[in-house]
Design a protein. Structure first.
Length: 421
């Protein structure tokens, strides 16, 4: 699954002792395994190989330039959601013809930039957005390519915050509205309607909702084709779940076995846009125990990482395994229930609650596992904390792929007006 393994009772990332990086870089920091990252990308590409899909890695999961560059070099396209992600996608050398752009709230300026760069297409989420794209394309005297993002109204059985394919969600366009748009498509003279898109949610561990949604979209495409409305691309989104705790998500092969037969011989060009599946298990957070605090009711392990560095537990109640870097130094007979918490002034600042850990001591290092996706990309400077460094391991070599913020970074953009000086 991943290249974080114990060797002689010490945690290694590929061939590098994680503790050595902790001493060099100082905690907290993110640590990525290049082999795990590329391994997941290739697994998915191989599983869907017979369809020759375009895989557009979803940058929102982790937009570190080296992560995006590694995937782009391996042949991945990119799924973006903002002008900032477009900027970074182009910076890492991604061909605009491999960029797809979703988001319910694209601004006029973002639309203009993406059209000017000739991205593959926008995943359009509403009629007013379509009108705006048409207007901007007209101003630029070009035709913009779009796929309509369909909201297929299926239940993906995941956390409600990351459910996106139900009609109560803000995402996508219902079938009836999409049908009306496509049958009146000639009105939008500056739009090329290239395809359909769906993305029903994230951390989905069961293929059933995908099958249901893909079938609904294929039925819709048949109906459109009968009316001579051509559909070239079908983008089936991302959302593949990974193992955080004791989930049993399908492997890439198992998933493909169920989905590929539906899509074979449809004449459609297939796009996938996974994020978490590719990068989730390829990263960890390494943090140091500052204090072990006993209260009448609880044992707290206070670490030097906070919810600003990794917000998933606070935001979604997400589970992450927490492992000591050197379990041999720890007395397993004295396992205790701990709350693992950060230094931030919020009770929501926790990484685990009532977690049974071996007895740990101040100064020990811990690894918070499976934090490659929606980890650093959701990090902030809350409490004026410095966002952590990011380090990538490849074989026996380590590379700082993002430096820790500095105090200067905290104030660089602030301006004190004259009258306050
Ligand atoms: N595509 C779209 C449109 C998304 O909104 C997301 C995540 O929210 C993704 C792809 C990636 O999802 P995941 O990381 O679960 O694969």
């Amino acid at each position: 699954m991943h290249d974080f393994k114990y060797k002689n009772s010490e945690l290694f990332c590929e061939a590098v002792r994680v503790g050595d990086i902790a001493k060099k870089v100082a905690t907290p920091f993110y640590l990525y395994s290049y082999n795990t990252l590329l391994g997941h990308f290739h697994k998915l590409r191989k599983a869907f190989g017979s369809l020759k899909p375009l895989i557009c890695y979803s940058m929102k999961a982790n937009s570190n330039l080296s992560i995006c560059r590694a995937l782009t070099k391996a042949g991945s396209g990119l799924d973006i959601v903002s002008g900032g992600e477009l900027y970074k996608a182009l910076l890492v050398g991604c061909s605009p013809k491999k960029i797809v752009y979703a988001s319910v709230g694209k601004t006029e300026e973002e639309i203009r930039q993406a059209i000017a760069k000739q991205i593959l297409f926008f995943n359009v989420e509403s009629y007013p957005e379509l009108e705006l794209i048409n207007k901007v394309a007209k101003d630029l005297n070009v035709a913009a390519s779009v796929a309509l993002r369909i909201n297929p109204d299926v239940e993906p059985k995941t956390h409600s915050y990351i459910t996106t394919g139900k009609l109560t969600n803000k995402f996508g366009i219902d079938f009836d509205t999409a049908y009306t748009i496509l049958t009146h498509r000639k009105k939008m003279r500056h739009i090329n309607f290239n395809g359909l898109h769906m993305h029903i949610g994230s951390q989905i561990i069961d293929a059933q909702p995908y099958i249901q949604a893909v079938k609904k979209l294929l039925g819709f495409i048949q109906k459109l084709r009968k009316e001579a409305i051509p559909i070239e691309y079908l983008n089936i989104g991302g959302g593949l779940g990974i193992i955080y705790n004791n989930e049993k998500p399908q492997t890439a092969d198992e998933f493909a076995k169920k989905i590929v037969p539906l899509l074979k011989n449809t004449g459609l060009k297939i796009i996938l846009e996974p994020g978490r599946f590719i990068v989730g298990n390829a990263g960890i957070v390494v943090t140091k125990i500052l204090y072990v605090k006993k209260t009448p009711l609880k044992n707290f392990v206070i670490v030097d990482a906070g919810m600003n560095d990794l917000i998933r537990p606070s935001l979604y109640g997400a589970y992450h395994d927490i492992l000591p870097l050197r379990p041999s130094t720890i007395d397993h007979r004295l396992s205790t229930k701990y709350d693992v918490v950060g230094p931030i002034c919020e009770s929501g600042d926790f990484f685990a609650k009532d977690r049974i850990l071996p007895k740990v001591n101040e100064g020990d290092f811990l690894a918070i596992m499976s934090t490659g996706a929606y980890g650093f990309s959701m990090a902030s400077n809350y409490n004026c904390r410095l966002r952590p460094a990011e380090v990538m391991i490849r074989g026996n070599k380590s590379f700082v792929v993002r430096k820790r913020d500095s105090y200067l970074d905290l104030v660089r953009k602030d301006v004190i007006p004259e009258f306050l000086k």
